[in-house]
Ligand binder design. Structure first.
Ligand code: C2E
Ligand code: CA
Ligand code: CA
Length: 594
């Protein structure tokens, strides 16, 4: 049987899919004939016929029944004829197809019927075999058309959905969030007791992971974070992706403000557990800024602005912290923005200078080299690099700033090498942020500066942070290798504070490990600093690397380091960072270790 109904349909679906045919004819005899001829099909629940006697009745029936697949209509009828009905039909539903049955098969009628959207035209007396074939053909067409229509509707629905959801995580995006926030704001205006809150979440350390493990791991991580956030809130709350590694949670219908804190803590607890991705164990924190409806917001933007400002404060407190917005916070957010603007101007005007902190060979006390440290003096006092370097890194300003440092440091070293020809082995350490290492023109630029200053690469040492080592991509090792090929030395700064996988340390072409000041500080007490320093030195030596300890502030620390075989030391006990004049005097007084 060539039933056009799908074979796999359930009984209910089949019922819904019985082809419903509306017969419009004032000739009662036709009803009887159709019922008789199609008895089989009716019994097999293939066709279902509904009979009316003119166009008006047909239109009423269509409105009542809703679902009609095919209309068979006569032309000559009282009240409303078939040709008028055809015109009306297309207004109701384009998906209903009509077949005209008429004794008046003249060309004018046929043309008019076709022009008004008739699917076919059969002349009376009716050939029932032909009628059945025509009904089937029409149904097939209608089904096809409906399927197409459904596909289009589905596509539209998908487009609509996509427009307000984030593709990576499937979470609502900014647009939908904005809508929901606005909705809550209006509701709170009408019902002053209504409480809601917005949590602005920024992932701690995500940048490091993304830069070092690559974007695909970064993407998977964001998806995993989205999942974790979703399970930490109630069903009625909304988790949205704001962009990058920023998420926003809208907590609706809160009973009291304490609830916000307990939910926030629950979210942060979820981050205590590491994320496992591609055999990496990734520890992330979530800095959370909170804006509460009690501040009577009027715009979604204001809510987000305050939650964002509170988030920055949370970040400043350390990892996995939260802060509830209050007006003093707005001031600090403004300060940050001002700092960014000031930094931009300062870079243009080259308002910076370099200080040089001596690095001493522990056994001989000779000067081994200097670490160049950037200084920013403004009319309102100096601004610490710990404050502005992170802002520069976040805004990309580190690129021009970094090149200024590099150029200035090289120029200074060239100057000293000319003035003190006996000090050709003097090293200059330059801090390099991870972002700088990613620049595509890195090597060309360095080569150009080396050429211009006629410095051998071997007189430079780049200090990079441990997070660079997280990089699993060959490209990263390649960059370091190419720097080494220029003769440049590589030092891992703040060693021990990151989370580099020690087992992979040997894969990187590293010359020096710089022990973080926090361990050196703890050496004299019983806080495990000594053990840690001992271990780092042993590790470095086993990999043919040498060690420099930073932040040496006492004689005892220096002696301890000496006893442990640490090669170099740097710190206030030996010398503070010096301006170039003072550094030059220091250089003049010192012998240089070979
Ligand atoms: P860092 O590379 O770990 O630099 C060492 C910091 O410790 C310097 O702070 C230095 O002045 C300070 N320091 C040195 N000896 C002692 C000591 O005995 N005790 C104490 N308490 N501190 C000591 P500074 O100059 O404020 O720099 C802070 C950070 O800013 C640097 O940490 C580095 O990460 C970044 N930085 C500085 N200059 C540059 C630069 O030119 N480029 C980049 N990318 N980062 C820089
Ligand atoms: Ca450093
Ligand atoms: Ca350091």
């Amino acid at each position: 049987m060539n039933n056009i109904l799908s074979q796999s349909a359930t009984p209910e679906e089949q019922k819904a899919q019985i082809a419903k045919i509306l017969v419009v004819d004032d000739e009662i005899e036709l009803q009887r004939l159709i019922k008789q001829r199609f008895r089989k099909n009716i019994r097999a629940k293939e066709f279902d016929f509904v009979f009316v006697q003119n166009g008006i009745e047909a239109l009423n029936k269509l409105k009542q029944e809703g679902h009609i697949d095919v209309v068979l209509t006569d032309i000559n009828m009282p009240e409303m004829d078939g040709l008028t009905l055809l015109g009306e039909l297309s207004d109701i539903d384009d998906n209903i197809k009509a077949v005209v049955l008429s004794a008046y098969g003249d060309l004018t009628n046929i043309r008019t019927a076709m022009n008004r959207g008739a699917f076919d035209f059969l002349t009376k007396p009716i050939d029932f075999q032909d009628l059945e074939t025509t009904i089937r053909k029409t149904l097939q067409f209608v089904q096809k058309m409906r399927k197409k229509q459904e596909q289009i509707e589905k596509m539209y629905a998908q487009l609509e959905y996509d427009a307000v959801h984030d593709a990576l995580t499937g979470l609502p995006n900014r647009i939908l969030l904005d809508n929901l926030l606005q909705h809550n704001i209006s509701y709170a205006e009408r019902y002053p007791d209504y409480l809601y809150a917005v949590l602005f979440i920024d992932l701690d350390r995500f940048k490091v992971v993304n830069d070092s493990l690559g974007h695909s791991v970064g993407d998977s991580l964001l998806a995993a974070v989205a999942e974790r956030l979703k399970v930490s809130v109630r069903g009625s709350d909304t988790v949205a992706r704001f962009g990058g590694d920023e998420f926003v949670i809208l907590l609706e219908e809160l009973n009291n403000i304490h609830e916000v804190i307990s939910i926030t803590k629950r979210i942060q607890q979820k981050f205590n557990q590491a994320f496992l991705l591609n055999e990496y164990e990734i520890h992330l924190g979530a800095s959370i800024g909170i804006a509460l409806s009690t501040r009577q917001y009027q715009k979604a933007d204001e809510l987000l602005r305050d939650a964002d400002a509170a988030m920055y404060c949370a970040k400043a407190k350390g990892q996995n912290q939260y802060v509830i917005f209050d007006p003093t916070i707005q001031a600090s957010a403004m300060e940050r923005l001002q700092l960014e603007n000031k930094l931009r101007q300062a870079i243009e005007r080259e308002d910076f200078s370099l200080y040089y902190q001596p690095i001493i060979e522990v056994t001989t006390g000779y000067l081994s080299g200097f670490e160049a440290l950037i200084r920013w003096f403004t009319p309102d006092g100096s601004i610490s690099p710990s404050k502005f370097i992170p802002v520069a890194e976040e805004t990309g300003l580190i690129t021009p700033l970094g090149w200024w440092v590099f150029q200035e440091a090289c120029r200074q070293l060239q100057d000293w090498r000319n003035k003190f020809p006996q000090q050709q082995s003097l090293l200059l350490n330059i801090n390099f942020s991870t972002i700088q290492l990613k620049q595509s023109d890195l090597l060309e630029n360095i080569q150009a500066i080396l050429d211009a200053t006629q410095l051998p690469g071997s007189s430079l040492k780049l200090e990079i942070t441990e997070s660079c080592l997280l990089e699993n991509s060959e490209a990263q090792i390649q960059v370091l290798q190419e720097l080494k090929d220029l003769g440049i030395n590589i030092c891992i700064d703040d060693f021990g504070t990151g989370y580099s996988s020690l087992s992979r340390l040997h894969e990187f072409p590293i010359d020096t490990l710089k022990i973080d000041r926090s361990f050196v500080t703890r050496m004299e007490s019983n806080l495990g600093g000594l053990e840690m320093v001992k271990m780092i030195i042993a590790l470095a030596h086993s990999l043919n690397m040498n060690v420099v300890a930073e932040g040496v502030e006492t004689e005892t620390q220096l002696q301890q380091l000496k006893a442990l075989g640490c090669e170099f030391a740097q710190g206030y006990f030996l010398a503070k960072p010096l301006d170039k004049v003072a550094a030059e005097e220091f250089l003049q007084r010192s012998g240089v270790g070979e």
